[in-house]
Each structure stands twice: as C-alpha cells, then as structure tokens.
Write a protein that binds this ligand. Structure first.
Ligand code: NAP
Ligand code: G4F
Length: 351
C-alpha cells in the first residue's frame, strides 16, 4: 500500500485530497496544528476523520516536520499547509514569510535528510503571477507577486525547483488558480458570498459587505483540482503545471449569479466597504492549463455557473437544516461577524 503525507489536512484541499487518496487505496497521514479548539470539521463532514492518521506538526517547527516524515514514512508528500489568506498576509507579513515561505524549505529539508526518494508536491499559486500582463497565464510567464503571501509562495516555488535541480528530489509545483467548494474557508470571497446569501434568504441577515467587486478570478472546483496534484506525482519526470479553467469572472458576476440562484437581487443587499479592500490587489487572473491537459490528461469539468450553484445550494441547505435544529460538523455558526475583526479595519484605513 502506498503512503501519503498531507501537510494541512484540516484545510479545504487537504480534506478533499485525503478523500481522493483514500479512494485510490493510499494509507493517508496528515499534519494538523495543535489548537486550543479542535478543527477537524472538514474531515468529519466528508466522513473520513476515522480513516486518516493524524500527526501534530507546525511549519515553524522543523523538528515536528522531520518527525512527521519519519512517522508516516511516505512515498509522496503533498505540502498544502500555509497561511493561505492573502488579506491576512498584509496584517502578518513576517508570519507569511516564516510559515508560507520558509515552511517549504523546512519540509524539503526534512525530505532531503530523511528520505530523498519521497516525491514532493508544492502548493504554488496563480497569485505569483500577480500584476503580470501575460494573459492567459502559462508556466513560462513572468511572476510579479503583489502581496506578502504571493512573495512567500514565489520563494517556496523556487526552493522547490532548487531542490529538484540540486538534490534530484522529485519535486513539482502545482500553480493552481483559485479553486472553491462548500469546504472553502469563510473569509474567502466566494464562500463569504454563498454563506451570506443563505443567511439573507432565511432572514438571519440583511446585507453583505464586500470589497473590490471588479477584480476577476479564474475559479475552479476544488475536488477536481486535488486530482491534478496526484497526477503530477505519478509522472516519469517532475515538472511544474498551471491548473485553471481558462475563464475569468469578476466578483460582481459571482455575486450577481449567486443572488439570482437564491431568487434575490444582489443590488438590494451588497454594500461595498473599504475595509475589505487590500493595500494592493491582483485585478485579473486567467490561466491556461494546456500543458496539464496534454501531459497529465487533466481537464476541468465544473465551470463558473455550476460552481456558484453548488456553493449557494449547499450553504442554503446547511442553514435550513441548522434552523430546524439539526447539528453537524460545520464552520459557519461559530464564525464571527467580520465587523468584529478590528485589525483589518486599522490596516486598511491607512492604505
Ligand atoms: P486552507 O483551507 O486555508 O488550509 C490551509 C492549511 O494549512 C490548514 O490545514 C491549516 O491548518 C494549515 N496551516 C496554516 N498554518 C500552519 C502552520 N503554521 N503549521 C501547520 N499547518 C498550518 O487552504 P486551501 O485552500 O486548502 O489551500 C491549500 C494550499 O494551496 C495552501 O498552501 C494555499 O496557499 C494553496 N493554494 C490554494 C488555492 C485555492 O484557491 N484554494 C490556490 C492556489 C494555491 P488549520 O486548519 O489549523 O488552520
Ligand atoms: O477570495 P479571495 O480572498 O482569494 P484570493 O485573494 O484570490 O486568494 C485565493 O486564491 C489564490 C489563488 O489565486 C490562493 F493562492 C490563495 O491562497 C487564496 O486561496 O479574494 C479574491 C478577490 C480579491 O481580489 C479580493 O480583493 O476578491 C476580492 N474581494 C472583494 N471583496 C474580497 C472581498 N475578498 C475577500 N476575501 N473578502 C471580501 O469581502
């Protein structure tokens, strides 16, 4: 039986990848952070909590990563753990470097020292392209990161290539464009919209406050994107791949479509609020995954409209079930109103 170690198994992609690898017959190990309150709701939601083995580790602590590699003795490591919210990286820029950037080096070093035969996947990102004007974006295009998060990811991308070239480690960068799902964190704009709409439709809330509505993103469906990670590690040679749908849509289009599904007019409920604007934003991202299609045989099936439908319908159903008294693992009831989060207000008022 093949074994895989997933860092960040409690996150959106970690949970879907764990489900995917279990179906492939892998023994699945995952690192999680020791928090004062457990955070396993996604694994429970997918009903795989009891099927994976968990190892406590933190990206700032090399010894815990070495231990995780030794304990799981994996054939493949999927390095998904990171502080993944771009907005927060402006508030904690040093942490972005220490966790999202240097965490990659710590993981690669653990592999180099314990077993350099392990295959390594790095969760690189379309944010690395940032303000690039190459459209649609391909593997060979220039990177122009526009946030501490993107700069840290670009560092991780290069470390991955350096360990591939220098130590012959089978290390790949998956340059994934935005991918969403009902397991997406509530801070990210798509889930913020689908969750906000569900609450408005059921009369729990009246309005939804958003930032830059004009930015465009290439949004795909997370369960399909995790398959591309696995495919990259099954090839004869390690390489880097763009994974995207090839379509770009604005936040406004997402909101418009999402409110339409709930039979509401977005203009009656959406307010713009400067606290959700970033000091620097990436205005346009659209990827070209022709290389992945040709070499990996990977192609997205779920496109924009279907994705919006999946997310809005699931959040509407969840809130309806909750209102009827049903209890199940789920993040939304405990999420604070973003009005309570002061640090972001302070940061953005200065910008
Ligand atoms: P996510 O839901 O935010 O999950 C991030 C994971 O990293 C969580 O398990 C989190 O643990 C863990 N983590 C955070 N800080 C850590 C630390 N100091 N030590 C150990 N673990 C830590 O992110 P995602 O959407 O699944 O994305 C997975 C990866 O792909 C990330 O690296 C992200 O930057 C990258 N990426 C995502 C997208 C996208 O559109 N989703 C696109 C391109 C690249 P907790 O649960 O304890 O917080
Ligand atoms: O949903 P977002 O926070 O995602 P963003 O910044 O594109 O980052 C995500 O995708 C990256 C891949 O390109 C990943 F690497 C990263 O880890 C993460 O998963 O914001 C999308 C856009 C931005 O332009 C933002 O300014 O939506 C805009 N936006 C407008 N109003 C908002 C809001 N974003 C958030 N989070 N909240 C708002 O109220």
């Amino acid at each position: 039986m093949k074994r895989a170690l997933i860092t960040g198994i409690t996150g959106q992609d970690g949970a879907y990848l764990a489900e995917f690898l279990l179906k492939k017959g892998y023994g699945v190990y995952g690192t999680y952070r020791r928090l004062s309150t457990p955070n396993f709701w996604r694994l429970q939601y997918l009903d795989i909590f009891d099927k994976v083995s968990l190892i406590p580790a933190d990206l700032v602590d090399s010894s815990s990563l070495v231990e995780a590699v030794k304990t799981s003795d994996p054939d493949e490591v999927y390095h998904l753990a990171a502080q993944s919210f771009v907005g927060a990286s402006f508030e904690q820029p040093v942490g972005a470097g220490m966790v999202t950037g240097l965490g990659v080096t710590r993981m690669l070093e653990a592999i180099r020292q314990v077993n350099p035969e392990i295959r390594f996947y790095q969760a690189a990102t379309s944010e690395q392209f940032g303000g690039s004007s190459d459209m649609p974006m391909r593997e060979e295009d220039a990177f122009k990161p526009a946030s501490p998060y993107a700069a840290a990811k670009l560092y991780g991308y290069w470390l991955t290539r350096i360990y591939r070239g220098g130590y012959k480690i089978f290390a790949c960068n998956g340059i994934l464009f935005n991918h969403e799902s009902p397991l997406r964190g509530l801070e990210f704009v798509t889930r913020k919209i689908s969750n906000g709409i569900a609450k408005i439709a059921l009369g729990i809330e009246k309005e939804l406050r958003l930032g830059n509505l004009e930015a465009k993103r290439d949004w795909g469906y997370a369960p399909e994107y995790v398959e591309s990670m696995w495919l990259m590690l099954q090839q004869r040679e390690p390489d880097d791949y763009v994974i995207a749908t090839g379509e770009a849509h604005s936040i406004k289009e997402f909101a418009e479509k999402a409110f339409e599904i709930a039979e509401l007019d977005w203009r009656d409920h959406v307010k713009t609020d400067k606290k959700f604007f970033r000091p620097l934003d990436v205005n346009y991202l659209q990827g070209d995954s022709a290389k992945a299609e040709k070499k990996l045989g990977w192609k997205p099936k779920v496109k924009f409209e279907k994705l919006v439908e999946i997310m809005v319908n699931e959040d509407m159903q969840r809130w309806a079930r909750w209102q009827k008294g049903e209890r199940f693992p789920w993040d939304a009831p405990n999420y604070p109103s973003e009005d309570k989060i002061l640090s972001r207000t302070l940061t953005l008022e200065r910008a």
